[in-house]
Ligand binder design. Structure first.
Ligand code: BG6
Length: 296
């Protein structure tokens, strides 16, 4: 099902037979909504978000490519999130029940424009498959192919804005004892000490070499997000907290309490592709009720 969004940029929606849904915008290849089968929105979008290309919308899952943050010559987080993607006609969409699969999916494609090639002279194809399982799990699979004559390197992140009830009641499990680069102190390297990660001030970190599965526990909502990733060694954790929130035009002053960015990413070490090579980076998100033993 293809629907139009508020500004005429195409959106694609997938709805599972049990009522879960996901909406993806061709602007940025950005997932802008993910709802469970009770209709609850699981991703944060700011009430002040600006839905106007070429700017990425504040919320959902923008794609950072080929640069993360401002480490490079390109615009912050690279250009992919600001571009209009197309439906990838070469990849026929999966539908529930076809060949007994329990997923439906849509495939998007981004190729560089003449302008992109001027600031980043590498011919690539970036494909994104967004799938929703019958149970409402969301999966994003990205493939970057080098169709250039020379090798190139890039960074990548699924900049995932999770919706939480109260940031002070949230903790992340799975990143304890890891090293992280702290964006708040010129990417200085520290080692995480605590048990689980909790929040009481601004956080902007790249946890390097993180495990394939981490959990984000929302105590108040009694909900746990399970984040599974492949091909993406790092996890970026970001919450702007009070002071920074006030400096962002497209973000409410108090909204930092309702969001947490947990990005499956390849940031510390760039990914290099030789001519003809392809890289795959996969993110799977599930939202499950917290069990008694993990909800303490
Ligand atoms: C995070 C970065 O991932 O994204 C932060 O680590 C940055 O440093 C944040 O402020 C938001 O970036 P933007 O460009 O979407 O405002």
């Amino acid at each position: 099902e293809v629907t139009k969004d508020w500004n005429g940029a195409d959106q694609v929606a997938i709805r599972s037979p049990r009522g879960a849904s996901v909406r993806v915008c061709l602007h940025g290849g950005q997932v802008v909504s993910w709802r469970n089968d009770r209709g609850e929105e699981l991703l944060f979008t700011s009430s002040k978000a600006i839905f106007k290309p070429p700017r990425a919308t504040r919320g959902g899952i923008p794609i950072c490519f080929p640069q993360f943050g401002n480490c490079g010559t390109l615009e912050q987080h690279g250009f992919a999130r600001n571009k209009i993607w197309t439906i990838d006609e070469e990849a026929p969409p999966l539908n529930y029940g076809d060949n007994n699969n329990n997923k439906a999916s849509v495939d998007l494609l981004l190729k560089p424009s003449e302008d992109d090639l001027k600031c980043w002279p590498h011919c690539f194809e970036l494909r994104l498959r967004v799938s929703l399982s019958m149970d409402g799990d969301l999966s994003l699979i990205s493939r970057v192919r080098n169709v250039n004559g020379k090798p190139f390197s890039f960074a990548f992140a699924y900049h995932t804005y999770l919706s939480v009830s109260d940031i002070s009641e949230v903790r992340i499990e799975g990143l304890e004892t890891l090293d992280y680069l702290d964006n708040l102190s010129q990417r200085e390297r520290f080692t995480e000490q605590g048990d689980a990660i909790t929040f009481e001030s601004e956080v902007d970190r790249v946890y390097v070499g993180s495990p394939g599965v981490i959990a984000v526990l929302d105590h108040e909502k009694k909900r746990t997000f399970i984040v599974r990733k492949e091909g993406l060694p790092d996890i970026v954790v970001w919450n702007p907290w009070e002071k920074k929130s006030k400096t962002m035009a497209d973000f409410g002053d108090e909204e930092y309490k309702q969001m947490l960015c947990v990005d499956a990413a390849a940031v510390e070490r760039a990914i290099t592709l030789k001519p003809g090579e392809e890289w795959t980076g996969k993110l799977e998100l599930s939202a499950v009720p917290s069990t008694n033993c993990s909800d303490h």
